[in-house]
Design a protein around this ligand. Structure first.
Ligand code: C2E
Ligand code: CA
Ligand code: CA
Ligand code: CA
Length: 278
């Protein structure tokens, strides 16, 4: 994996352009990938903007294909959703991430929050809460150290969403709304959901220092989130002047290439030895 280099993804043509035959092969490969342990989890740091310290990490799945190399989730998550394989992949990611954090803590890492992405299919599974509870029990991770990232689109069925989220909250875990601002929910709507954090979508952050409208939107989200007692994290932070801007408007946390790319566990440890500082 390392020989391929982090950004040296093999060229895998978009599925729209693939023939049906190639799609079938891809689906078949995806099915076998689980049995063959070809999935792995990368971790990207989240940084507290006031202290500059790592406050958490996000778990992001990667498929290490034996011939094609590292396949990013954008290339296979939607097919995994369609085929239902996302259920098992999601469970694998959750278990791996919880285990990893417990292991790091055994080695002296100070407690941080690990965020795991939920897919729509997982969110609608009736045994989701039980699955999460079992993994917490099995790995021994403190529930307060686990955060699940959902998206606004998952809350379309409001009654279902509120029931599921309440059950998840009862476990003691945290909930964050990912890609915030790209959906249609108002903050008033979100006020009724038991959530802890908003993650402002990268599209608002990328030109925050030059686009006055996006800067205004982000400032407004921060003001409202403050009043609703929600934390805010900005994703896709790539430049120092974005950090400066976000600090000025009192954003709580930041995540992005400026601080670090998603990395395999051992590389994250090497790159950020301060995770062990007490
Ligand atoms: P996401 O949850 O919004 O994750 C953030 C994505 O942005 C990640 O891409 C990350 O590598 C990338 N990113 C982080 N910092 C920067 C930055 O500064 N600039 C830019 N341009 N990009 C940045 P990745 O890992 O390829 O994941 C893509 C999407 O795939 C994720 O978006 C998430 O929706 C989905 N995904 C990843 N892992 C899982 C998983 O375990 N389960 C499910 N259901 N979905 C996953
Ligand atoms: Ca996410
Ligand atoms: Ca996101
Ligand atoms: Ca996003």
């Amino acid at each position: 994996v390392k020989e391929l280099g982090r950004n040296n993804y093999s060229i895998y043509s978009p599925l729209e352009k693939d023939s049906t035959y190639e799609q079938l092969i891809f689906e078949n490969d995806l099915r076998k990938a689980l049995e063959r342990n070809e999935f792995t989890v990368y971790y990207q740091p989240k940084v507290n903007i006031q202290t500059g310290k790592i406050s958490g990490i996000e778990a992001l799945v990667r498929w290490i294909h034996p011939e094609k190399g590292i396949i990013p989730p954008g290339k296979f998550i939607s097919i995994a959703e369609e085929t239902g394989l996302i259920i098992q992949i999601g469970e694998f990611v959750l278990r791996t991430a919880c285990r990893q954090v417990v292991e790091w803590q055994k080695n002296g890492m100070h407690p941080i929050i690990v965020s795991v992405n939920l897919s729509t299919k997982q969110f609608l599974q009736t045994n989701l809460v039980k699955m999460v509870e079992e993994i917490l029990y099995e790995t021994g991770l403190a529930p307060s150290q686990l955060e699940l990232e959902i998206t606004e689109s998952m809350t379309v069925d409001f009654n279902q969403a509120i029931t599921t989220l309440n059950h998840l909250k009862q476990l003691g875990i945290q909930i964050s709304v990912d890609d915030f601002g790209t959906g249609y929910s108002s903050l008033n709507y979100l006020r009724m959901l038991p959530i802890d954090r908003l993650k402002i979508d990268r599209s608002f952050i990328s030109d925050i220092t030059t686009n006055a409208e996006n800067a205004a939107i982000v400032s407004t989200i921060l003001t409202m989130a403050y009043n609703l007692k929600l934390d805010v994290i900005a994703e896709g932070v790539e430049e120092e002047n974005q950090v400066d801007f976000l600090q000025k408007i009192n954003c709580d946390e930041v995540q992005g290439y400026y601080f670090g790319h998603p990395l395999p566990a051992d590389e994250l440890e090497q790159k950020f030895p301060e995770i062990y500082d007490k």
